[in-house]
Design a protein around this ligand. Sequence first.
Ligand SMILES: Cc1cc2nc3c(=O)[nH]c(=O)nc-3n(C[C@H](O)[C@H](O)[C@H](O)COP(=O)(O)OP(=O)(O)OC[C@H]3O[C@@H](n4cnc5c(N)ncnc54)[C@H](O)[C@@H]3O)c2cc1C
Length: 461
Amino acid sequence: MHVTSSQIESIAGFTGALIEPGDAGYDEARAVWNVMHDRSPALIARCTSADDVSRAICHANQHGLTIAVRGGGHSLPGHSTVDGGLVIDLRELNHVLVDPVTRTARVGGGALLGDVDRAVQAHGLVVPAGVVSHTGAGGLTLGGGVGRMMRHFGLTIDSLLGAEVVLADGRTVHTDARELPDLFWGLRGGGGNFGVVTEFEFRAYPLGDLLVLATFDPLRRIHEVLGRGEATMAAPDARDELLWTSFVRKGPEQAPWLPEKYVGTAGVMSLIEWSGDLDEGREILERIQDDLAPAASSLDRVPYLAMQQITDELLAPGTLHAYVKAGFTGALTDELIDVIASEGAKVGSPLSVIEVLSMGGAIGRVESDATAFPHRSARWLINVPGQWRDAADSADEKRWVRETFAALEPHLSGGAYSNFMEGDEQQAADVAYGSTLARLREVKRRYDPQNTFRLNQNIVP
Ligand SMILES: Cc1cc2nc3c(=O)[nH]c(=O)nc-3n(C[C@H](O)[C@H](O)[C@H](O)COP(=O)(O)OP(=O)(O)OC[C@H]3O[C@@H](n4cnc5c(N)ncnc54)[C@H](O)[C@@H]3O)c2cc1C
């Protein structure tokens, strides 16, 4: 439907900016992180309050406009923009109010991880979330939230205490474990399916600097590296403070510790991170470094904020095309490692990777039906993000992601992480939500029976 100026002016009482095609700033306002999704909304409603969000939802309902909700704009399938529809843009709702006494933080629905990190770290605290600081806290949280603190403190949803939500009928409600508990349950892993969150309340935890062991080896050593990762993280006494991430990728230009001869050649790079007592961590990481005897490595103490920003520039918004597939596994078997090696050898873009990320720890101590995120028993998340700069590479890069994932899939345990999906997967909702899907459908029927919020990993009511 075409929206005329008079219709836009008719959003009575809207206090934020309304931006439409032809307006100065329209192109900047409609841009999202993944440049593959170049879409032209009829209207961008930059909300400054829950009331604005409510007015925008009612306006869209009245005029039959499809709603896209934009937090940080990092949705890989481009769910936060829509051709001809209405974007509810939350970027001005980016406040972060920290209470250092109760160790809690109230976070606006459009805040970025960097906003949250800076505010809580000023008090020596952390809210566990993702690893790139320009990602939106909103979309990341609603999908679950994996990141460097997840084994230590759980997924982002495990720190969520409550939320203010504007529902499909325009009502604003508060939800937590006692108030509308079904909605609170659904928000923790069910994505943006139930409403627009204008404020999250999180628990925060004390955290000092990190210790980070970075290693790189040629691909022929992959069994030693991933085998050591499996043995370390599967050990019954594996510490929650320890996180193991390996990437099969081309040696990056940006790592000063990596000798020139490895830059641009496929290998296995690992980041083994420690978030506890530094002396104890140094002993553990030095032992791993000695045992692995990597071709290149560095062991450094790194401030949390610095670590969170380490790839910000490389992955800057509006500079990359991206396409992703991911799944879970209980163990890094020899067969799985063989496939990771053979597919990893074919990697094209220097920014495309096969990421092998340890889960477990605090994540696994939450019951699989306690939140809408069911994949609690997974021990590894295998993520295949293709990321490239030149549109001419799109077909090859997407093919590499699809073929790599198809080769990996027989060795995975099923299920997918809704924030690392495209939505073109077979039975996407089943793989994303698994055992929680039936209950999620009930919650969807209760709070959004018309499927007003459908641009997400959608739960059809
Ligand atoms: C560079 C990069 C790094 C990433 N790193 C991580 C990581 O470390 N860990 C991880 O778990 N994920 C990560 N992701 C994936 C990320 O969690 C998802 O892309 C997520 O959707 C991003 O949230 P956003 O608010 O930026 O996205 P948007 O594109 O703004 O929104 C994505 C979806 O969330 C919904 N949404 C967003 N905010 C709200 C809100 N306030 N209320 C209701 N619905 C909302 C939207 O409707 C939309 O469907 C990364 C993605 C990128 C591109």
